[in-house]
Design a protein around this ligand. Structure first.
Ligand code: HEM
Length: 376
């Protein structure tokens, strides 16, 4: 999400807390695309039903007992999963288009792309929530015989909503990964509405980590989705669709919209020490390697799908402690980044206050700090 420039007056009067008015406006703006998302979910649901009916569903090939109509909540959960992934895809593309150097196409208006990015990202969080909620409802029903009364509710609640507690099968890793993606999407996506408190440098730095949420969602899908469980063209398509995202990410990193992020201008201003140049190169190189990996998967057809015969049981990887450890490292990286950006902001504010003092004495208006004024 990228904030547009704001008039000085509105910045001075800006609330120092959560920006409810902006969230309310974006929620209102999200109504059309949320409606479209629900229509898409309904269409996917029908498609899944047809596949169950005509015997082509991967879900019922793997779990024949799922073909009963009683399991419609499970199919609805899957449908919300697919619409959630589709909207995540769309919003990531819009975000990358907005934060990379803007094309000079007549129809391409940065402000429109930004608005769409904000509304589709809210819709995505809603769809992710619905996906997990419907699964919870499904499991409460499915656990009828196993647990009684309140125990059924609390056990199921824990398994579905507490990361790392899902007790069986591939879900032990896949649901864990999905939940981490969902829980991270909330603060990293909504940080925008706290920008008056954190400063725009901090929220932008936080928001960049959101690409990990997308990667986790794709991982969750390819690991757990029974409709992409087996080798085949649909699974290949899901892999292939990740190539444009990786390409746009590379372009965004090589040609960022904000001049201050460009290596040339940072080196010219002396704010890019040698290690920063190393990190810059390593970051771009990793995206190139990901693209090479995606191409290799597409050309070789070896994409982690299970063979149709014997369902090809998979070694579950990684262990849950590896996911916990990675999550801790990730959160530490987020906190360190936020603190660094905050200290840059504080320094910037101090120096701009000092610079503003003489002019304030002359009765002129003090200039806002760089990050406040930039708002980009
Ligand atoms: C980041 C958010 C998530 C996204 C984008 C996502 C997306 C998906 C997709 C696309 C599928 C494939 C469905 C199919 O094969 O037809 C799926 C499967 C599934 N996901 Fe998620 N998911 C997310 C998080 C979660 C969470 C948090 C849970 C549980 C709490 C969950 C539970 C499931 C279940 C039960 C399935 C069905 C597996 C099957 O096909 O048998 N997902 N998800």
């Amino acid at each position: 999400m990228v904030e547009g420039r704001q008039p000085l007056r509105s910045l001075r009067n800006a609330p120092r807390k959560f920006d409810w008015p902006a969230l309310r406006a974006d929620l209102k703006g999200a109504v059309p695309d949320a409606t479209l998302a629900l229509v898409a979910t309904a269409a996917i649901f029908l498609w899944l039903v047809v596949r169950v009916e005509n015997g082509t569903s991967g879900t019922t090939q793997l779990m024949p007992m799922m073909s009963d109509w009683d399991n419609w909540t499970y199919w609805l959960c899957q449908a919300f999963g697919w619409s959630g992934l589709l909207w995540a895809y769309i919003t990531v593309i819009l975000g990358l288009l907005r934060s990379g150097r803007q094309p000079r196409w007549r129809w391409f208006r940065g402000a429109t792309v930004e608005r769409l990015h904000r509304t589709t990202s809210l819709t995505t969080i809603g769809l992710m929530f619905m996906h997990a909620l419907v699964f919870f409802v499904d499991k409460v029903q499915a656990n009828r015989e196993q647990y009684a009364g309140a125990e059924r509710f609390f056990k199921t609640f824990t398994h579905i909503w507490v990361p790392g507690t899902y007790p069986s099968g591939t879900g032990r890793v896949a649901i864990f990964v999905g939940l981490i993606a969902f829980y991270l999407a909330i603060p990293l996506g909504l940080a925008f509405y706290l920008r008056h408190r954190t400063g725009s440098r901090v929220w932008l730095a936080l928001h960049r980590f959101i690409i990990v949420v997308y990667a986790l969602s794709v991982w969750h899908t390819l690991l757990y989705g029974t409709n992409v469980w087996y080798d085949g063209s649909f699974r290949d398509l899901v892999w292939a669709l990740q190539l444009p995202i990786a390409g746009l990410l590379l372009f965004r990193l090589l040609a960022p919209a904000r001049p201050a992020e460009r290596l040339r201008s940072r080196r010219a201003s002396g704010s890019a020490p040698v290690y920063a140049v190393g990190a810059w190169v390593a970051g771009r190189l990793s995206v190139v390697l990901i693209m090479v990996g995606l191409l290799a998967v597409m050309i070789s057809g070896v994409d982690g799908g299970r063979p149709q015969e014997g369902h090809g049981s998979h070694e579950l990887w990684p262990e849950r402690w590896v996911i916990w450890a990675s999550l801790v490292l990730f959160v530490v990286a987020i906190v360190v980044t936020a603190r660094r950006q905050r200290s840059v902001r504080t320094r910037g504010t101090k120096s701009s206050t000092q610079a503003a003092k003489p002019s304030a004495n002359r009765g002129e208006t003090a200039a806002p700090s760089v990050d406040e004024a930039d708002g980009s």
